[in-house]
Design a protein around this ligand. Structure first.
Ligand code: SAM
Length: 217
C-alpha cells in the first residue's frame, strides 16, 4: 500500500465528491491513479493538494477537481474512443485510460510528451496512443471520437474538432480570453454541424492552447 493512499482518498472525498462530482467510475479512477507519480519529486508532498502544480516548460498539471469535472462531463462508460489535446504530465490521460476503451493524446512539447509516456507505460496504460504536435488540428485518421477533451484554453471552439466528433459525442474545452475562460461541453447532436448543444460548466483558468486554431505562441 502506498503512503499516499490516504491523502488520495481524502482528495476524492473532500475536493471532488463534496463539490458535486458523483460519477462513481470517475471517483474510483481518481482514487486509484497515483497522482504523486505525475509531479516532480520536489513537489510530491503537494500532489494531492487542491490546486494545479507546475510540471516544467511553463505548463501545469490541473487541479484534481477540474480533472474530475472535465472527465465526468464526457460521461464515459468504458466503450469510448477519446481524444485528449494537451497531454501535459499524463495524469488526465491516465484517468481517461481507466474509463474509456482507447485514448489518443497530443502534446506540443516533446519533452513533456516523453515524460508522460514513461509514466503511462509504468502504469500499464497500454490503451493510450500519443503524438507530438499541434493538437488543434485533432487526429483526423482516428476520428470520429466519442469524446474530445482539450486541457488548455482556446480563443473559441475549433470547428475542425467538432468535425472529428461522432454524432452524440461530447467536446469539453475551456474557451475565452488568455486570463480566464468558460469550461464548455459541446455535444454534436446530428451529422449536420449546425445542430450542437453548448453548456457552460463553470469558469476556469487554463494555460494557453497554442497552435493553428488556438493562440499564437
Ligand atoms: N491534463 C494535463 C495533466 O494532467 O497534466 C495538464 C495539461 S496542461 C494544463 C495543458 C497542456 O496543453 C500543456 O502541456 C501544453 O503544452 C499543451 N498544449 C498547449 N497547446 C497545445 C496544442 N496545440 N497541442 C497539443 N498540446 C498543447
Amino acid at each position: 500500500m502506498d503512503r499516499f493512499r490516504k491523502p488520495r482518498l481524502k482528495m476524492v472525498e473532500t475536493q471532488i465528491r463534496a463539490r458535486g462530482v458523483t460519477d462513481e467510475r470517475v471517483l474510483a479512477a481518481m482514487a486509484r491513479i497515483p497522482r504523486h507519480l505525475f509531479v516532480d519529486e520536489a513537489l510530491i508532498e503537494q500532489a494531492y493538494n487542491d490546486n494545479p502544480l507546475p510540471i516544467g516548460k511553463s505548463q501545469t498539471i490541473s487541479q484534481p477537481y477540474i480533472v474530475a469535472l472535465m472527465t465526468a462531463a464526457l460521461k464515459l462508460t468504458g466503450k469510448e474512443k477519446v481524444l485528449e489535446i494537451g497531454t501535459g504530465s499524463g495524469y488526465q490521460t491516465a484517468i481517461l485510460a481507466e474509463l474509456a476503451e482507447q485514448v489518443f493524446s497530443i502534446e506540443r512539447i516533446a519533452q513533456l510528451a516523453a515524460e508522460a509516456r514513461k509514466r503511462l507505460d509504468a502504469l500499464n496504460c497500454f490503451n493510450v496512443a500519443m503524438r507530438v504536435g499541434d493538437g488543434t488540428y485533432g487526429w483526423r485518421e482516428e476520428s470520429p471520437f466519442d469524446g474530445i477533451m482539450v486541457t488548455a484554453g482556446a480563443p473559441k471552439v475549433p470547428k475542425i474538432l467538432l468535425e472529428q466528433l461522432a454524432v452524440g459525442g461530447r467536446l469539453v474545452i475551456p474557451t475565452g480570453g488568455r486570463i480566464s475562460q468558460d469550461l464548455l461541453r459541446v455535444t454534436r447532436l446530428t451529422a449536420d454541424l449546425n445542430e450542437i448543444k453548448t453548456e457552460v460548466l463553470c469558469g476556469c483558468r487554463f494555460v494557453d492552447l497554442i497552435g493553428e486554431y488556438g493562440w499564437d505562441a
